[in-house]
Design a protein around this ligand. Structure first.
Ligand code: ADP
Ligand code: MG
Length: 304
């Protein structure tokens, strides 16, 4: 049985459609990414998973429960770090954690959790005096206190410095290894490509694509895996490269050419140049990655 099963989820605010017929299925033990630009409906979707918002239509099952109807049970078994985390600013960090730990019959040791999120030593500091990044890590700690079967992170690392980001990425890997399922909402491609087993890309409330980062890259990229930029020396005719089966596109900017194509495009281009007595001067080779695929997927929407 999937940990999360969403079918035809629809949610409007007034007359604005935030989530439009979304289907999602998340298996036990997965790190599942929900990716998309600001306003795509990511937070609304996860808030429906948590029972914080009532869908207008559609069915939502989390751990076999209806999050609105069975809210109390869902809260016990699902941890959430949300974009809007409200904590009384005058409470000290230790007080906040001890208070939240008291909500769970089998809570984790809050001192250990604090250590895991890199906040050991802040126990006596008032929440309101922490930096933004530290407050965010407190909300991550709160998500983990109940030893949840499912954890939802909504923009886990947005606004954090690189070291803190890496630390939380490792934390996600650890949480997963310990057996929890993770939903990771993000608009950062590197994060999602690094951490997620599967991803759903949302734009304007709709799921544009679902799959592994590799599948999405391949599907959106029309088989394009590499690009190379160079100056043909001496020059050759454009047609020489366009005729190659591995080549998908040739773009010229002055003397510099950019060629994109399938896995064998680099060898094919260099061989064709050699055949015509030319070479690739100032050659740069790049891999067309998940970020390109994501931009393509979301651009299509903008261009519609
Ligand atoms: P994301 O998390 O992907 O940035 P959200 O789910 O927060 O997207 O928002 C989706 C859309 O719904 C946006 O257009 C946003 O402005 C709108 N929206 C979100 N929350 C509310 C709300 N409480 N009232 C009215 N509109 C909202
Ligand atoms: Mg959001």
């Amino acid at each position: 049985m999937p940990v999360i099963e969403v079918q035809g989820l629809h949610k409007e605010y007034g007359s604005a459609v935030a989530v439009d017929e979304v289907d999602l299925s998340v298996e036990e033990g997965e790190v599942f990414g929900v990716l998309g630009p600001n306003g795509a409906g990511k937070s609304t979707t996860v808030e429906c998973l948590l029972g914080m918002r009532r869908p207008d239509r559609g069915s939502v099952r989390v751990l076999g429960l209806d999050p609105v109807h069975d809210r109390a049970a869902v809260v016990q078994r699902v941890g959430a770090q949300l974009q809007a985390c409200r904590v009384q600013p005058r409470l000290r960090v230790a007080e906040v954690l001890a208070l939240y730990a008291s909500f769970y019959p089998r809570a984790a040791d809050w001192r250990e959790v604090l250590e895991r999120v890199g906040l050991a030593g802040t126990e006596r500091t008032a929440f309101g005096r922490l930096s933004g990044g530290q407050q965010q890590r407190v909300s991550v700690a709160l998500a983990l206190l109940g030893k949840p079967e499912l954890v939802v992170f909504d923009e886990l690392t947005t606004g954090l410095d690189p070291a803190a980001r890496r630390g939380l990425w490792q934390l996600v890997r650890d949480v997963r290894r310990e057996g929890s399922t993770v939903v990771l909402v993000s608009h950062q491609m590197d994060e999602v490509a690094d951490l997620c087993d599967r991803v759903a890309v949302l734009t304007r409330g709709r799921v544009r694509a679902t799959g592994t980062p590799a599948e999405l890259t391949a599907a959106a990229g029309d088989g394009v895996e590499h690009s190379l930029t160079f100056r043909p020396l001496p020059p050759v005719d454009d047609g020489v490269l366009e005729a190659l089966p591995a080549v998908r596109s040739v773009r010229r900017e002055g003397e510099r050419w950019t060629v994109r194509g399938t896995a064998t495009v680099v060898q094919a281009v260099l061989a064709a140049l050699a055949e015509h007595g030319s070479t690739a001067a100032e050659l740069q080779v790049g891999r067309v990655g998940f970020e390109d695929a994501y931009l393509r997927l979301t651009d299509q929407e903008v261009a519609r």
